[in-house]
Design a binder for this molecule. Sequence first.
Ligand SMILES: NC(=O)C1=CN([C@@H]2O[C@H](COP(=O)(O)OP(=O)(O)OC[C@H]3O[C@@H](n4cnc5c(N)ncnc54)[C@H](OP(=O)(O)O)[C@@H]3O)[C@@H](O)[C@H]2O)C=CC1
Ligand SMILES: O=C1O[C@H](COP(=O)(O)O)[C@@H](O)[C@H](O)[C@H]1O
Length: 495
Amino acid sequence: MASSAACCDLILFGSCGDLARRKLLPALYQLEKAGLLHSDTRIIGVARESLSLAEYRAKVGEDLRQLLTRETLDESVWQRFEKKLSYCEIELSDLDQYEALTEWVDTSGASEHERTPICYFATPPHLFATLCKGLHSVGLTREPTRVVLEKPLGQDLASSQKINRQVAEYFHESQVYRIDHYLGKETVLNLLALRFANSIFSDQWSHSTIDHIQITAAEQVGVEGRWSYYDDAGQLRDMVQNHLLQVLSLIAMEPPTRLDTESIREEKLKVLRSLRPIDRDNVHDDTVRGQYTAGFVGDHKVPGYLEEEGAATDSTTETFVALKTHIDNWRWSGVPFYLRTGKRMPHKRTEVVITFKRQPHNIFYETQSQLPPNRLIIRLQPDEGVEIQMMNKVPGLGKQMQLKPTTLDLSFYETFENKRIADAYERLLLEAMQGNQYLFVAREEVEHAWRWIDGIRAAWQQLPEGPKTYQAGTWGPTAAVTLMAQDGREWDDED
Ligand SMILES: NC(=O)C1=CN([C@@H]2O[C@H](COP(=O)(O)OP(=O)(O)OC[C@H]3O[C@@H](n4cnc5c(N)ncnc54)[C@H](OP(=O)(O)O)[C@@H]3O)[C@@H](O)[C@H]2O)C=CC1
Ligand SMILES: O=C1O[C@H](COP(=O)(O)O)[C@@H](O)[C@H](O)[C@H]1O
């Protein structure tokens, strides 16, 4: 059972925006419902819209009623939650307006704070530097204030270093919480349990038993009205730089000595440092870029990327990436990691597939010409669970032993029947309020990830061809199949 968070003043900058409305406020409501918000915690929405307190509360209530899909709003919880909400109107680019915060937040100084101020920057990142200055001007950068930063943290190494430097002028690293919402997902956290609480896996987790590892994050959605942001970013920066590299780090890291921020960050960082660079020599063979054209996802006809609302017709931004990389260290020597992510794929599916080495000798050759490798499939979302593919004897008295590939399937929903799977933002907000940084990304991690991604982008720029097209509703360009087939392997796609 999670313990209730410390008493906080949670200041949501950008509180009328999409992220705050769709994710942060519903997550806070769920924490209230679960009794995890301290009774004296306050939530201060900050935006530039002119709203009275009653109007702001009514707006949040309306959004919650609309957005809670699996349940209806619990009126008694809402009444408690509503009382925690206040609203402060500020044009954030105007440093003179930050004084308004002092009406709502206790800025009197570290030792007298009863509530820990948590400043959540759910605004476009170009405002971060001004936000820091504004907060400093009203005494809100001192310990124990914490600051939560939303992605994207830059467009490349140089811009992310700039943001990190600007924030570091006012906040110590121990006050900074960089969000990667994948780290708040139940199943991503379960990677730690799976690896480090089970000797059958921890003892088999290296080049001596593992043939290769695949990480897939397939989405059905397209750019969802975010064309101008997305077209600047592309799938490599939007998904690989952060989420996929974080999952990869958790899968590949050495056992941390403790379950604490420093130990985990240290180990993840070593993985990022050991990623083999992709450059002009291997970019052609080891990466595939794609861009979707019109097609069908399920029964829905969907437009191509270049026909999306607000699209420029000549964009060469990738909406799909597949790549092969290696981690150049002792444990993973010779084990390729295949990463793949794309928009407008046939299904939403995020999974890690560990394929083990085949048996060295086949004694069942009379009935089974080749034994398939065992595979461990970790389904991160949806249908969260863990699956082991293995061979079994088919029951029967026949002279020859018949074998059949079978699956041991542990579905989280069936195993933990009464447990609701919390949204990633619930966990991350709770951890930020409790002052635990282990599920947030360190500055060095962000910068190492960018360094590796920048190398790929630079190499892409030297290629004569841009992304290959793929029809919406398929698993990407056929070159992605070739990427694995040239190594005698294939993606885990059943359909
Ligand atoms: N939406 C999402 O699902 C995700 C978003 N993010 C990131 O979170 C951040 C916010 O995203 P999102 O909510 O989608 O963006 P929106 O544009 O929907 O919201 C931004 C918010 O910031 C406010 N704002 C912008 N400029 C100012 C200003 N000068 N003064 C006061 N308020 C200002 C906006 O107010 P106003 O309404 O008046 O313009 C709005 O409340 C972005 O960096 C985004 O990349 C990250 C992951 C997911
Ligand atoms: O950060 C982002 O993540 C979402 C995918 O998140 P998920 O939790 O639904 O897997 C992605 O659609 C979006 O483009 C990206 O900015």
